[in-house]
Design a protein around this ligand. Sequence first.
Ligand code: FAD
Length: 302
Amino acid sequence: PYDVLVVGGGPAGVSAAIYAARKGIRTGIVAERFGGQLMDTMSIENFISVKFTEGPKLVASFKEHLENYNIDMMNLQRVQRLEKKELIEVTLESGAVLKSKTVIIATGARWRDLGVPGEAEFKNKGVAYCHHCDGPIFKGKDVAVIGGGNSGVEAAIDLAGIANHVTVLEFMPELKADAVLLERLSSLSNVTILKNVQTKEITGTDKVNGITYMERDTETVKHIDLQGLFIQIGLLPNTDWLGDIVERNPIGEIIVDSHGATNLPGLFAAGDCTNSPYKQIIISLGAGAVASLSAFDYLIRN
Ligand code: FAD
């Protein structure tokens, strides 16, 4: 069996695997798609010490670092189930079962898509999801935020300080964010709020040049010119496969303590699949290290 088995090959998983292997213990990492969300990321400007890089390039250097150690790497393998017996057993979609004394879950998350024409086509060409990541690209430009929940309104407040103008589009008749955020949003002079509207299409040529939406009560279709939009209708953790073996919060994130420990002894978690308040590369790398050191601590005590 493994001492540490990591599920997930994004920043959190890679960091956890390297920290474990550096202790000289038996380490494995299994991932459905090595690199995770970074494989879909065009430009990264907040990976401290590297002014600019691209996701796949960063993944290549993660891989190179990982290969420096004695780590069993299993890519293109989806994990289906986890059970606690004498050891923790992880079943792959192929039917294979991996056994380990400790497991670190780092299966990440995915942004919920809007599902309108133009969204896939203009991803990274004006269609963005993470304002902490891509906000500065739209300095002085006109942008929209789709979604008027807490994340959408937070994104709009953040972007209002960077962009020329921000339009918030909410499907429901009212925004669902906290009162304090709504108050702050309505105090900003360069923000327009559109409620009860449905986004129909993201338009553009080589990059985004606008959006078309419908006012739901009158069914009037309108168009706004803009250079970017942020889709903020939810970040879904990849944790459904866990069922109720581990404690998760109402949005499905695995609940971890400050050591990255879950409620199940020997089971740790890190990165975007957890209730960590912010979802970023450097945060996932740090969380992977925390979970791994905690797993090592667990091993020497048990
Ligand atoms: P992920 O990167 O999501 O990796 C999850 C891993 O788990 C993957 O290998 C996946 O295949 C695997 N997995 C999932 N389910 C299973 C399963 N059942 N079995 C086996 N393996 C599984 N952050 C920044 O800091 N700066 C940026 O500029 C930035 N830009 C971004 C741009 C885009 C378009 C996106 C989508 C995200 C961006 N982020 C950025 C966020 C950043 O990518 C994430 O915070 C980070 O990748 C999270 O790392 P993670 O390891 O927790 O999860």
